[in-house]
Write a protein that binds this ligand. Structure first.
Ligand SMILES: [Zn+2]
Length: 307
């Protein structure tokens, strides 16, 4: 009888200990999720407001600091201005991957024709002569940006980034994995795109700008160990950009496409697949490496939370 009681007591103690342990584990998981969620990044991929391809990302830190990567064409500027105004009216940090108009038209418009405060601007720029020589007739787009960056309210806030530099904005860390490559004169402006790894908690995003085949190979050669990321911004709008091996090395779960509908569908105006763009090939590469989610510019402004 006594032995039966002892057995029952023992069983009760064991059940109590197991229950307590499970409760502690559940509470810890909930607490960790809460801490991670509070430490989140809110990222908006801006949709194209004209029919042209463009690239613009609007990021918000946990304490509502605004960060922009590129921003799109002049025709996309009102959408971006609306975003800035709806989120406190100023920009803490602006990264410019390269000075093609589909990336910098909007910031040029904002610098020249608004008073929106911008506290830091990070660029990687070659010389005006280099753009003139190797810019395939688009060197003037770089000149226009350089002129706009001279306006009084920002000219002291422009920094030329260095390879490997880390920039902390609130809870978000940015690491510069790629800068201008003046020695690459093929597809030169795109191959001089800034490449940025953005980290929050244990998640990471790689922004490739318009990285081409040649600068993609340089990244693989020099930065291979740092390329793995959960999210990737697909290079050069998904067409004729970096090669398959770069995406295999990044091995992302989510792809962010700065890609309008005609380019997504390779449609030159005569229906799907009537164009000669390489977007379908890039789509197949990413599908083959197991990307499950595509966030596409053609679908408008899309906001996701990363934590
Ligand atoms: Zn572009």
């Amino acid at each position: 009888m006594l032995s039966q009681n002892t057995k029952n007591n023992k069983r009760k103690i064991i059940i109590a200990v197991i229950s307590c342990t499970i409760l502690i584990i559940i509470a810890s998981i909930l607490l960790m999720s809460y801490i991670r969620y509070n430490n989140r990044l809110e990222l908006t991929q801006l949709g194209n407001m004209t029919t042209r391809q463009m690239m613009g990302y609007f990021l918000k830190t946990k304490d509502n600091k605004n960060i922009i990567i590129d921003g799109g064409t002049t025709g996309d500027s009102q959408n971006l201005i609306d975003y800035i105004n709806q989120n406190g009216g100023e920009v803490d940090t602006w990264f410019i991957t390269h000075p093609h108009e589909d990336h910098v038209g909007a910031i040029i418009e904002i610098l020249n024709n608004t008073q929106i405060p911008i506290h830091n601007i990070y660029v990687t720029l070659n010389t005006p002569e280099w753009y003139e020589k190797f810019g395939d007739g688009r060197g003037n787009e770089a000149q226009e940006l350089m002129q706009a960056l001279e306006v009084d309210r920002v000219k002291e806030k422009v920094t030329e980034v260095e390879l490997g530099q880390e920039i902390q904005v609130d809870n978000i860390t940015f690491k510069i994995l790629g800068v201008k490559n003046p020695e690459i004169t093929e597809n030169a402006m795109n191959n001089s795109s800034m490449v940025i790894k953005c980290m929050v908690n244990n998640k990471s995003i790689i922004f490739l700008g318009d990285t081409g085949q040649e600068s993609g190979e340089k990244l693989l050669k020099n930065q291979r160990e740092q390329l793995k990321a959960d999210y990737v911004q697909v290079a050069h709008h998904g067409q004729a950009g970096a090669g398959e091996e770069l995406y295999k090395t990044i091995s992302p779960k989510v792809a962010m496409w700065p890609t309008p509908d005609w380019l997504w569908n390779n449609d030159s105006g005569q229906g799907e697949d009537s164009g000669t763009w390489k977007t379908k090939e890039t789509r197949a590469w990413l599908e083959n490496i197991g990307v499950k989610e595509n966030i596409i510019e053609k679908d408008g402004n899309i906001t996701i939370k990363i934590y």
